[in-house]
Design a protein around this ligand. Structure first.
Ligand code: SF4
Length: 454
């Protein structure tokens, strides 16, 4: 399976045949949704929390430059450093420069979707800088040489037996399906890496303009070890992650763990401040644009309110059948079907917005009330207005033009219907598995007049 946005159709065709994948996914996502639903049922103020979280994210986006400047002032006043990166390549080279300037040889990396956009671990390893993913799921994915298949649960597509076999083959540990033993092997290996590392790299769930803090949310404590033990800590975050105040951060934290993993609270939440004794010598925040301002200026700007909880993936019937890898992009599911084309070059992901049933389950579950179906339709409109105007879609355009003509002229409609009802074959529609039903010989009106419905 190719990991490029353009291969989404071929990837789905392949992954739909994988019943183990579907079983693993359905079991994991349904379990998370059940836990999230139970928390929601026990929280009478859930919808008020959602309103507050949604308002807070939109306030940040509507005044992005002001809050970013405030964050930078606060963060640098405390002794931190802020670096701006306009593109993925720019961010990679600036991170590499920092590591080289510090004679860094080993990097421990916390889970972060922005660094997945940079393919940072692969990039740094190719530059002879030993880089290890420290989140257990990401560590499994790194050993497997794969990409994460879910934004909060990177190895969700693998079951216990597959993980046991992988660790046995790649780490040479005895085969066992005992989760505690498997976790123990990974922990033992990574503990030494934390101690060896010169540089720790993390993402940032939120950055707070009011206080200049970087917020990191996790369950395994690997982020704490990655950000505090090495001499240098680099936090890479998208510009949209800024929140105005601690109150806004508190509003969002009422919903993030519940929506992401069905937990009332996350295992560990770190509010990192530069210059604190016992922390790293240098703390640097990389503020990445990489298409975000372009998206902010578009009609799909609300997508940047996303807090990467992954709930829309869990409820999506398309994601649950095809899995994350089928999308061929860092961000899968409903949010990915808008973000992937939105953050990339025009025409780079023309089929993503069509990988949706538009059922609206993602809209109902989104903690920050992103109108995902509306944005999916707008993205489809972009594709139709650009890609579908080309000659290669002449046949499709002709069909819709004829349809439009027919629907506007009842006489033509009646003639076409008469012919249509006499076509002896049934045509395929959408896929090889679906066929259009045959038209009835008599119209609905004729059937009513004949008393067929009395
Ligand atoms: S779009 Fe909403 S539900 Fe989906 S990941 Fe983002 S915040 Fe979560």
């Amino acid at each position: 399976m190719e990991f490029t946005p353009r291969s989404i159709k071929a990837n789905f065709t392949e992954s739909l045949k994988d019943f183990t994948l579907r079983k693993n996914l359905t079991k994991a996502t349904h379990h998370t949704i059940e836990k999230r639903d139970a928390l929601k049922a026990a929280a009478p103020d859930w919808n008020k929390w959602r309103d507050a979280a949604a308002a807070s994210r939109r306030e940040s986006l509507l005044h992005l430059d002001r809050y970013l400047a405030q964050f930078e002032n606060q963060f640098t006043a405390l002794g931190g450093e802020v670096v701006h990166a306009t593109t993925i390549e720019d961010a990679r080279s600036k991170i590499l420069d920092i590591i080289k300037a510090e004679n860094g040889r080993t990097v421990v990396k916390a889970k972060s979707m922005v660094t997945e956009e940079l393919e940072l671990a692969t990039f740094l390893n190719a530059q002879d800088i030993e880089t290890w993913e420290t989140d257990l799921g990401e560590f499994i994915i790194q050993l497997a040489g794969e990409h994460p298949s879910h934004i909060t649960a990177p190895a969700i597509h693998k079951n216990r037996q597959q993980i046991a076999q992988l660790l046995h083959e790649k780490m040479g540990v005895p085969y066992t399906e005992d989760p505690e033993l498997l976790t123990g092997y990974a922990r033992q290996f990574l503990r030494q890496k934390y101690l060896d590392a010169d540089v720790g790299i993390s993402g940032g769930n939120f950055i707070i303009a009011e206080t200049g803090q970087v917020i990191l949310v996790e369950n395994e404590a690997n982020i704490r070890l990655s950000t505090v033990l090495p001499r240098i800590h680099i936090a890479v975050t998208g510009v949209e992650k800024v929140v105005p105040s601690q109150q806004d951060y508190a509003n969002l934290m009422r919903l993030l763990p519940a929506s992401a993993t069905g937990q009332k609270m996350a295992g560990y939440v770190s509010a990192l401040t530069p210059g604190v004794s016992g922390g790293p010598e240098r703390m640097i925040v990389i503020l990445l644009d990489a298409g975000r301002r372009q998206m902010l200026a578009s009609e799909k700007w609300e997508m940047l309110a996303c807090i990467r909880c992954g709930a829309c993936l869990n409820v999506c019937p398309i994601f649950n059948r095809g899995g994350g890898h089928a999308y061929g992009s860092v961000y899968p599911g409903p949010m990915g079907s808008i973000l992937t084309p939105g953050l990339s070059e025009p025409g780079n992901a023309p089929d993503h917005a069509f990988a949706s049933s538009l059922c609206g389950a993602c809209v109902d579950i989104c903690p920050v009330k992103i109108p995902l179906t509306k944005l999916l339709l707008q993205t489809r409109g972009d594709v139709v207005n650009t890609h579908h105007k080309s000659w290669d879609n002449l046949a499709e355009r002709s069909v819709w033009k004829s349809w439009s003509l027919m629907m506007r002229h009842p006489g033509i409609f009646r003639i076409m219907r008469w012919f249509g009802a006499r076509i002896p074959v049934r045509f395929h529609w959408g896929s090889d598995a679906r066929k259009l039903p045959r038209l009835a010989k008599e119209t609905f009106l004729q059937q009513v007049r004949d008393g067929r419905f009395d």
